[in-house]
Design a protein around this ligand. Sequence first.
Ligand SMILES: Nc1ncnc2c1ncn2[C@@H]1O[C@H](COP(=O)(O)OP(=O)(O)OP(=O)(O)O)[C@@H](O)[C@H]1O
Ligand SMILES: [Mg+2]
Length: 507
Amino acid sequence: MIIKIKKKYIGAIDQGTTSTRFLLFNKEGKLTVGHQIEHKQIYPRPGYVEHNPEEILENTYKVIKFTIKNYHINPSEIAAIGITNQRETTIVWDRKTGKPYLNAIVWQDLRTSKICEELSKKGGKYKYQKIIGLPVATYFSAPKLRWIFDNYKELYKKAKNGDLLFGTIDTFIIWNLTGGPESGVHITDVTNASRTMLMNLKTLKWDKDMLNVFNIPEKILPEIKPSIEPESFGLTLRDGPFNEKIPIMSDLGDQQAALFGQTCFEKGSAKNTYGTGCFLLLNTGENPVFSKNGLITTVGYKIGKGNAIYALEGSVAIAGSLIQWVRDKLNLISSAKEINDLAEKVNDNGGLYFVPAFSGLFAPYWRSDARGIIAGITHYATKEHLARAVLEATAFQTKEIFDAMEKDSKIKLKILKVDGGMTASEILMQFQADILNVPVLKPKIAETTALGTALGAGLACSFYKDLNELKQKWILDKKWLPKMNNNKRNFYFLNWKKAVQRSLNWI
Ligand SMILES: Nc1ncnc2c1ncn2[C@@H]1O[C@H](COP(=O)(O)OP(=O)(O)OP(=O)(O)O)[C@@H](O)[C@H]1O
Ligand SMILES: [Mg+2]
């Protein structure tokens, strides 16, 4: 007799820049249980940022196994799983052994600035914008891959022989979960592929011209799939971390997952996620909008055979990681939360502006020659003012992309939906509402990234019915209203802009 087990959960693997989570969501779209482990940030020299792909894979397996064992989950109760991941981070590995050849080169890494400079010499950094939606920048995967081949000729040979595979983190994890060297499925989704500089935004295929620009053999690239796939990407192995065959049905870059998790399904809806970096995405519907103000065009999501939904994105490299820097490198605080205790003791920034251009500046400047500065220091300034400036830096950077977004889209944004770890900061959220002059709204489920891919996988396997049902799962937790007068707002923002100018042309 076959006993049919009731499906109770959708699993979400959220492989972020700083940590890996596995979370289970139920029929109501509520987070039930899960587990999270941080991984090592490797900084071999200034500007270099790496992760160990084997550590990340191990942590992925650990969080899955821990959740299942510790909370007594029957893996057969998991209807499907979705994955979401830090984007652009680049891995190359051996097709036959599955072993990565090098550490992953992380999105924040600046080692490709020379390659990017060379590329934009003729025609400027926006020369490929109409094909890929992106400026030439160190941020994206293809320059990283080119750097690997320039510096490891033997790997280029392997690539041409078909012994080497390339992938962003989603691809690497899915390949391993579905059987690695024996039966691994080598795929990615349109959102992740749209961050490589190799995918044509309109055809959603690898672009031959871009492959030539970077001299990359197509056979090392994964197949591009929809983000949400009713036909499933593949099954996990029975002798893998789940001990069960479970279909993998959603694959979304973390920021696109957050857009989906915030149920920004309508053209004109936007969200801002405050994690390691900070990423504002606006749904622009079925047509890509090409920015004139330093934003990038990206795929928001694609459901099965449906049309792709595009987004405009403002990417800020350093947000929450500035607080981590204050914690780990300045030792001014012992946990992220304490930045608020310090900042609370003063009413303003005391004239301090902190431009955290640690990885150069991303949107809307795209300047890899910028470096971090603290401007406006006098004898009056205290560590409490510095704490305030650290929090405000994220709000100012958001304001810059918010303004660019309104200009590009010609849409007046009336509210901002927010999520991510830094939304725990009352001071930041209030200041954000003040400096933008719009209400800031936070939903009950803070794990929006994981939720997004869980909703996607649940939709794909009919665990959830339709987008309408998903929309009902968005419930307001907290709202911050603007209280600042115009003069003050303008004064602060003008000073911020001045400080940004001082950070440029450093390298
Ligand atoms: N109470 C707090 N106040 C301000 N910032 C905070 C607070 N708690 C956490 N943070 C910041 O939030 C960030 C973590 O946010 P979140 O958990 O959303 O990121 P993440 O998803 O782990 O990032 P990634 O996916 O990039 O690894 C950290 O950089 C931390 O500095
Ligand atoms: Mg995250």
